[in-house]
Design a binder for this molecule. Structure first.
Ligand SMILES: [Zn+2]
Length: 158
């Protein structure tokens, strides 16, 4: 039987491209595999390693490796969570929160403050109306470019 549902995120919105995964999840899994092969004792660095970062001692590299893999795993988890959310039902609070996320990603200061209380406006919407609105708002978020860039040095400072 042909697989139409991604085994990570469960989506049917995207084509399954390999290993029963959608293109988004497959790309993240490939990254994880690449990072797992990274040998902290070697001078060879994975694709995407920022040129601006100095070469570091192997114990730093080992920490960095653990952290960037964790970032990829969080991304996979987030994709699962959002697909589950999209399957509904969508509450007024889900819409308020999504507006807040967009405000934040747009760079608004006090994103939470400006959206606080917006939920009440959607209480009168039908389940279908809420689902449609949420879908469009989420579509904006998921099409923001370069939002899942790896923060290579994050693991170095915490
Ligand atoms: Zn997927």
């Amino acid at each position: 039987m042909k697989v139409t549902r991604c085994t990570n995120c469960g989506t049917e919105r995207f084509r399954i491209i390999a290993r029963k995964l959608c293109k988004r999840c497959y790309a993240v899994i490939r990254k994880i595999e690449q990072f797992e092969k990274w040998n902290p004792n070697s001078k060879k660095v994975p694709n995407g390693y920022p040129r601006s970062l100095p070469l570091m001692r192997h114990e730093h590299i080992a920490r960095m490796k653990v952290d960037i893999i964790a970032q990829c795993e969080d991304h996979l988890k987030q994709l699962r969570r959002m697909e589950e959310r999209l399957r509904g039902p969508i509450s007024s609070i889900n819409i308020e929160y999504q507006l807040e996320v967009l405000a934040e990603k747009a760079g608004a200061k006090n994103a939470r403050g400006i959206m606080h209380g917006a939920a009440i406006c959607f209480d009168g919407f039908t389940v279908e109306q809420r689902a449609i609105l949420f879908y469009w708002l989420y579509s904006i978020e998921e099409n923001i470019l370069r939002q899942h860039r790896i923060d290579w040095s994050r693991g170095m400072f915490n």
